[in-house]
Design a protein around this ligand. Structure first.
Ligand code: ATP
Length: 384
């Protein structure tokens, strides 16, 4: 399987002025095509630093994809840098210049002298037609494979990646395999608890199993490399069955499923109308539960309770006042980084459920953790 690297070029990326969405898009595309991505690098519009990055990448990997720096100005150094890195000259391509001229003419204005720069590409490179823009793309052989330079503009880059680059890579590297990833979502258990139960699976090499921790939610990613999609699906299916058996109800869904969708489904089934009183989460918990189920979001007139007993009292008074099926109170108390507590109380057709949880993560993550933990509390009490 060939290995790849991405080099995104642009000082504005390093300054944090724009987000590097090109790397993400290319990374996913390569993954789906069965190409192992080894490294991603971002460099500014600086000739020498691009030369160094390209030379290093060429030594390590078979496929190098660069984006950006192909414009007509002197600030667009990619062509020169790649020629220098590969020890070749820049070459003027008459046919490329004609295409650039035609592109401009279609928009009713002639190209400037500057645009001529874009008709120079490293000697020995093959032009990749860019029907969606003027920044020309090219592919050039390296000692271990190929380097392809793509425009920085995401729309142009994505078009060329799908329509020219992937077909080129498929035939050049006889790519038949694919990589497929599948996400399993859990809540109500910590990373170490999950890890304990599937530790052996995390050591497998294909499919691979990895944990991704979010506040109040742990995802398990199963990734398979296979010759076909059917084979990858089978490999993933077998492993997902094993994980299901080991983790049971800790799993709340797969792929795009969210906690709120699961709860909404349960609410619809049981025709639950719930009064939600939340503190410390800025109304986000009620918002996630959705209007169709929530009778009372939060009354600003209510005093912020301090203790679980006050929470209970509040729940009972709401229950008698507006008589929903359920009353749910979730109180997030953030006293300091060391003291982050969540008091949960659910009054459900005469039954009461309560829990106090504390959070050891960073204070900035307390809210999303509290939201997910509250949603998990509702979900788990459906079974009771
Ligand atoms: P052009 O000829 O249009 O200038 P180019 O190949 O020279 O194309 P750049 O000038 O480097 O590309 O970038 C053009 C624009 O594309 C940037 O201003 C930015 O908005 C976007 N862009 C560049 N690189 C990235 C990236 N890695 N991720 C997301 N957007 C990007």
């Amino acid at each position: 399987m060939p290995t790849a690297e991405i080099i995104t070029i642009g000082t504005e990326l390093l300054l944090g002025e724009i987000q590097d969405t090109n790397t993400r898009h290319i990374a996913r595309t390569l993954r789906n095509a069965g190409i192992d991505l080894y490294r991603t690098t971002t460099v500014g519009d600086n000739l020498d630093r691009i030369v160094t990055a390209v030379r290093e990448a060429i030594e390590r990997s078979n496929i190098i994809l660069t984006t950006g720096g192909l414009g007509p100005t002197v600030d667009d150094p990619t062509r020169n840098a790649i020629a220098k890195a590969l020890d070749v000259e820049l070459e003027f391509k008459e046919d490329l210049w004609e295409k650039i001229e035609n592109h401009f003419m279609r928009y009713g204005r002639p190209p400037t002298e500057n645009n001529k720069r874009q008709a120079y590409i490293p000697s020995g490179a093959t032009v990749i037609d860019n029907p969606v823009g003027t920044a020309p793309s090219f592919a050039i052989n390296t000692k271990n494979g190929v380097l392809i330079s793509l425009p920085g503009v995401p729309r142009e880059m994505e078009y060329l990646l799908d329509n020219s680059v992937l077909p080129l890579l498929r035939s050049r590297f006889n790519l038949e395999g694919i990589i497929k990833a599948f996400a399993i979502h859990t809540s109500g258990a910590g990373e170490s608890q999950i890890d304990e139960k599937i530790e052996d699976l995390e050591r497998l090499s294909n499919p691979t199993v990895g944990l991704v921790a979010y506040p109040g939610q742990i995802d398990i990613r199963v990734t398979a490399k296979a010759a076909s999609l059917t084979e990858a699906d089978q490999m993933i299916g077998t492993l997902v069955n094993t994980i299901n058996q080991r983790l049971g109800k800790t799993i709340f869904g797969y792929e795009e499923t969210t906690l709120e969708q699961v709860i909404s489904g349960l609410f619809n089934k049981e025709k639950v109308k719930i009064a939600v009183i939340e503190f410390g989460m800025d109304g986000r918990l009620s918002a996630r539960l959705g209007n169709e189920h929530v009778l009372l979001e939060k009354s600003l007139m209510l005093d912020h309770p301090q203790e679980l007993c006050e929470v209970k009292e509040l729940a009972h008074s709401i229950y008698s006042q507006i008589a929903p099926n359920w009353v749910f109170v979730s109180l997030l108390n953030v006293s300091s980084q060391e003291q982050i507590n969540l008091s949960l109380f659910l009054l459900m057709q005469g039954k009461e459920f309560e829990k106090i949880r504390s959070f050891g993560g960073h204070i900035n993550l307390a809210r999303p953790w509290a939201e997910n933990t509250s949603l998990d509390f509702l979900r788990s009490n459906f079974a009771n």
